[in-house]
Design a protein around this ligand. Structure first.
Ligand SMILES: Nc1ncnc2c1ncn2[C@@H]1O[C@H](COP(=O)(O)OP(=O)(O)OP(=O)(O)O)[C@@H](O)[C@H]1O
Length: 794
């Protein structure tokens, strides 16, 4: 029976979990001291009750009457509360409640371990009930000590169990408490008893030998521990035997266990796992975690509310309706067409998705797969439908798939994918709900695992919606402290809505006004700045002996990394480039190089790239870019060549548009209907987030001073390069402001030529940086140049 009870107690533990409230330090101070004071007030009122309670009885019904005073030390409220707790409640045991409230206050103030506090409350409440019932049993002797509850429970028990039954139940309650709470066993009870006897004898015989063990041991277990001491000839130190036997959670003492084994063979040995030794830093970190709790990166915006599902639109036409006629018709046409070419089918099966239906066929033995693949156009013709795709064979299935668009496609709403369990319960680092697969399952991927994403598709096929779906997914799952976006939007209109969440989620260069970059020349600086951020992060990871950002952040949260050494919580950074083709056209290598560098190296330190382009041609998606973007999404494109450029295979040209897409992460291609999120929905979400308390500024990226960026316009004349004049003459003579011209003519390295160009710009001889084009020369001839330089020195 005791066993059963033990189980029951264990079973209740998880239910006792308190909701995790996050309080700021100020709130903790207020709440903690409130509890401490409440505990003290209750204590005072309760003590007073035993002196004044009798006289106060008559004043209780006059609580509202100011002229009637109570004698309780806390006057009317004290009298009322103690009457409630002591008389109507649990009697003298109510003091334990006062103690528990006081203790809770201390825990809140000192950031104590919550599970310990829960344990105190659980056991405290049981003790209160036991004491109340115990005193209730002796109502006649100690009338008010058990309170009404103790009295009532007793009356109830005595009706059903009689006096003897009630006493035995109380004894059992006590045993249960001692056995479970203090892990006592029958042996320890026995030994405790004999040791007391022995002790008394020994005290009589030889008081001197006992001198060193007369210090009272902790808690209720002192008797037990003393018994152990006597059993082991008192060779062990004061509290060690207690630790070994009474509390299995603590460090074992091998010597003691060995002796125990030989001397008391009937006792069971409890083998414990030896805790690993902790290093000095671990100790410090553990102490810090104990004192302040784990580092919480979300603390600064601890009241931040994630956007609710209500902000997303619900569509009526969401459920897939199976049109039996359409299915039958398509099946017959497929079978007929194949029969026309003498291809027999042994089986056909259909899976209906939101936009397309997949017909899986198993051809008769002996049919060549290539024969079916070649009939793609013929089947499309006979089904008179666009967007037919033949997958021969379906990887891992041994069947041939024919995807036929549904006559009425259904919209996959962002709301439905965000609400899906798969997304809500995902433990991914950067979960993205892209849409639904052909079998109507929500498709969720981890951007952190991709680790970079290339998106391409002809104009109007759903790219921008796709990008919004990606960003929305992250907004629904990640706190502003955990992820930052760098948004590049040359079209200037697609991502503007995200401006509202600049101070929550966006990252920018320190000197820039807008966080969303619409100017291609600024992109280069941002990309290079991200490269610096990447190098900085690698340095931090190296110093922290971590292999990736996830490990690093776990270590940082556990307070094992010192912020004074430059360590800080690192948010993920997601770089989104909306029109990559445009960027490559204007800035060429200058963007390709940092993008490729980031793509190659940035995965471990949490920088992930999402690059979208309308023009999936080879001069935009170059070999370097492709090699570093294993995850790709293709919306509908216009030609097979484009499809090949993105996916290394055909298929994207056969899609039907409006969010119909193919996703690949290196191996198989998955057809997905992209989740649809409309601009008003994004606006609602950004409004909702934007209206909440934000950080003082956007997340600042490291400063980058470009070689040719023109930011060093304040070059001092005295610090000019010795070749400054020569360089100026060359530029003015050639009327071409390029660094490479200087490199060739003056036989300089790139950096020095770049610096010279900066100095020329500062002197007003060449114009500002214009992407890949040469700079404008502002001085028309050498005479004008001489005049300009003379004026400068005079
Ligand atoms: N997942 C989707 N579900 C349903 N309709 C969609 C979906 N995605 C896009 N559409 C439809 O296609 C239209 C164009 O989409 P979108 O603006 O994303 O195209 P785009 O590829 O970004 O075009 P552009 O490159 O010109 O900006 C949308 O207005 C919408 O009507």
């Amino acid at each position: 029976m005791a066993k059963k009870k033990t189980k029951a107690t264990k079973g209740t533990k998880p239910k006792l979990k308190a909701p995790s409230l996050k309080l700021s330090n100020q709130q903790k101070l207020v709440f903690g001291s409130f509890l401490i004071i409440t505990g003290l007030l209750l204590f005072i009122a309760f003590v007073s009750y035993f002196f004044t309670g009798y006289n106060d009885q008559s004043t209780l019904s006059e609580f509202g009457n100011k002229s009637v005073e109570s004698e309780n030390w806390l006057n009317k409220t004290g009298a009322l509360v103690s009457e409630f707790f002591i008389y109507k409640g649990f009697g003298i045991a109510s003091f334990i409640f006062a103690g528990l409230i006081f203790l809770s206050g201390i825990f809140v103030l000192t950031n104590g371990n919550k599970s310990k506090l829960r344990k105190h409350w659980f056991w405290g409440t049981l003790v209160v009930i036991w004491i109340s019932v115990f005193f209730g049993f002796f109502t006649e002797t100690w009338s008010s000590l058990g309170g009404t509850i103790g009295f009532e429970i007793n009356t109830y028990l005595q009706i059903y169990l009689g006096k003897i039954g009630t006493i035995l139940l109380l004894v059992f309650g006590l045993i249960f408490y001692l056995a479970i709470r203090f892990r006592m066993t029958f042996d320890s009870f026995k030994r405790a008893f004999t040791s007391v006897k022995k002790d008394i004898n020994q005290n009589f015989n030889d008081t001197a030998t006992n001198d060193d063990i007369t210090v009272p041991l902790d808690n209720d277990l002192s008797a037990e521990a003393e018994d152990i001491k006597s059993a082991f000839d008192l060779t062990v130190e004061e509290n060690e035997p207690e630790e070994t036997i009474a509390s299995p959670e603590k460090q074992p003492e091998p010597k003691v266990t060995a002796k125990k084994e030989t001397e008391e063979p009937e006792m069971q040995i409890e083998v414990e796992t030896v805790e690993e030794e902790l290093s000095e830093t671990d100790n410090l970190a553990n102490k810090l975690v104990e004192d302040f709790g784990q580092f919480d990166p979300t603390l600064e915006l601890s009241n931040y509310q994630f956007p609710s599902l209500e902000l997303l639109k619900k569509y009526d036409s969401e459920g897939i309706t199976i049109n039996q006629e359409e299915l039958e018709e398509n099946k017959n046409r497929i079978v007929d067409t194949l029969n026309n070419y003498k291809i027999g089918i042994s089986n056909i099966k259909a899976t209906i998705g939101p936009t397309v239906t997949l017909y899986e066929i198993i051809p008769e033995a002996g049919v060549r797969i290539s024969k079916i693949k070649n009939l793609e156009d013929d089947i499309a013709l006979s089904l008179s439908a666009l967007g037919i795709r033949i997958i021969a064979p379906i990887p891992g299935k041994g069947t041939i798939g024919i995807e036929v668009p549904n006559k009425n496609s259904t919209i996959v709403s962002m709301r439905s994918v965000i609400a899906s369990q798969k997304f809500q319960k995902s433990e991914m680092q950067l979960p993205i709900a892209l849409g639904k697969t052909i079998s109507n399952e929500t498709f969720v991927v981890d951007l952190a695992k991709m680790p970079h994403l290339l998106m391409a598709g002809a104009t109007g096929q759903g790219k921008s919606v796709g990008l919004n779906a990606v960003l929305t997914s992250l907004l629904y799952k990640k706190h502003p402290a955990e992820v930052k976006f760098v948004l590049v939007d040359p079209k200037k209109v697609e991502l503007t809505l995200f401006n509202k969440i600049e101070r929550h989620y966006l990252a920018k260069l320190p000197d820039s006004e807008d966080a969303i970059i619409t100017d291609n020349t600024k992109v280069i600086n941002t990309l290079n700045s991200l490269c610096i951020e990447m190098d900085n992060r690698y340095e931090l990871l190296k110093n922290a002996l971590c292999r990736n950002i996830a490990e690093y952040n776990v270590k940082f949260k556990a307070r094992k990394l010192n912020p004074n050494d430059g360590h800080q919580f690192l948010p993920y950074i997601v770089l989104v480039v909306d029109e990559f083709a445009d960027l490559i056209m204007t800035a060429g290598k200058e963007v390709e190089t940092p993008i490729a560098r980031l793509a190659q190296l940035a995965r471990a330190i949490g920088i992930h790239l999402i690059v979208a382009t309308q023009r999936p041609s080879v001069n935009v998606i170059t070999g370097i870019i492709k090699a570093n973007f294993p995850a790709r999404i293709a919306f509908r494109v216009t030609s097979k060549i484009d499809s090949r450029t993105i996916l290394d295979g055909s298929g994207a040209d056969q899609l039907i548009g409006r969010g119909d897409m193919l996703y690949t992460q290196g191996n198989e291609m998955i057809r997905i209907q992209c989740a649809f999120v409309d601009t008003p929905e994004v606006e609602k979400i950004t409004d909702f987030i934007g209206s909440q308390k934000a950080y003082p500024d956007a997340y600042l990226l490291p400063e980058y001073v470009g070689e040719e960026s023109g930011t060093s316009l304040d070059v001092d004349i005295s610090e000019r390069d010795v070749l400054f004049r020569d360089a100026a003459e060359i530029i003015v003579t050639a009327q071409q402001g390029s660094a490479s011209l200087l490199q060739r003519k003056l036989k300089l390295g790139y950096n020095r030529a770049g610096r010279l160009i900066d100095q020329l710009e500062a002197a007003g001889i060449v114009g500002g940086f214009e992407g890949s084009k040469a700079r404008q020369v502002l001085v028309s001839d050498l005479a004008a140049l001489n005049l300009l330089l003379e004026n400068e020195t005079s």
